[in-house]
Design a binder for this molecule. Structure first.
Ligand code: TYD
Length: 201
């Protein structure tokens, strides 16, 4: 199986930029590589993304279920087949987002969140999760203009809990998590990611 690498962080933490940088680095060096984003990446996932990023309020249970449904399809249709074919997969968000946002942010039952995640992923755990850690005030400040979705419109104590949820997960599994101070320059961050990824290839 090829390595499965996930980028996590608050909106505006720079995780998508770092996911792209790693994707390009691997491509340049000739590695087969695929990138995914959540929610999305499959026909059902894209439909659910529109709902989840839309303005219509969803109940916490609906929201949790839709993220999990999108993930279940993505793992089955895209991630697992790619890894089995020897393609490195770089994911912009994965199960840890649901623990952080729905579990810690929305304060849903953590055991339920873990159980649903486990059902959706079939137990597929990333080889490495890179957390772009940043104080919510700084992360949200990086997003310019109008608030673009319901999550970004949520108040900051929500984002403080989300950050805590990420750090708690990283602390539980330090060998498979890399926590980076996202306030560093982009190049310094991508070099630290590369140092950690190389031995996995
Ligand atoms: P994303 O498209 O990554 O937003 P951004 O590019 O703005 O970071 O994710 C959309 C939102 O969905 C984001 O605010 C985080 C949230 N989210 C959850 O709440 N739970 C989840 O399981 C996932 C994957 C995302």
């Amino acid at each position: 199986m090829a390595p499965f690498i996930v980028f996590e962080g608050l909106d505006g933490s720079g995780k998508s930029t770092q996911a792209r940088a790693l994707y390009r680095r691997l491509k340049r060096r000739g590695y087969p590589v695929l990138s995914t984003r959540e929610p999305g990446g499959t026909p059902l996932g894209e439909v659910l993304r529109r709902w989840l990023k839309g303005r219509r309020p969803l109940s916490a249970v609906s929201e949790l279920s839709l993220f999990v449904a999108a993930r279940a399809q993505l793992v089955r249709e895209v991630v697992t087949p790619a890894l089995e074919a020897g393609t490195t997969v770089i994911a912009d968000r994965y199960a840890a987002s649901t623990v952080a946002y729905q579990g810690y942010g929305r304060e849903m039952d953590l055991a339920l969140v873990y159980e649903l995640n486990n059902a959706a992923t079939g137990g597929l755990i990333p080889d490495l999760t890179v957390l772009l850690d940043l104080a919510p005030e700084k992360a949200l400040g990086r997003k310019s203009g109008e608030l673009s979705d319901a999550f970004e419109a949520a108040p900051s104590d929500f984002h403080t809990r989300v950050r805590k949820g990420y750090l708690a997960q990283a602390a539980q599994d330090p060998d498979r998590w890399l926590v980076l101070d996202a306030a560093q320059p982009k190049r310094a961050l991508s070099d630290q990611v590369w140092t950690k990824v190389q031995p996995l290839l």
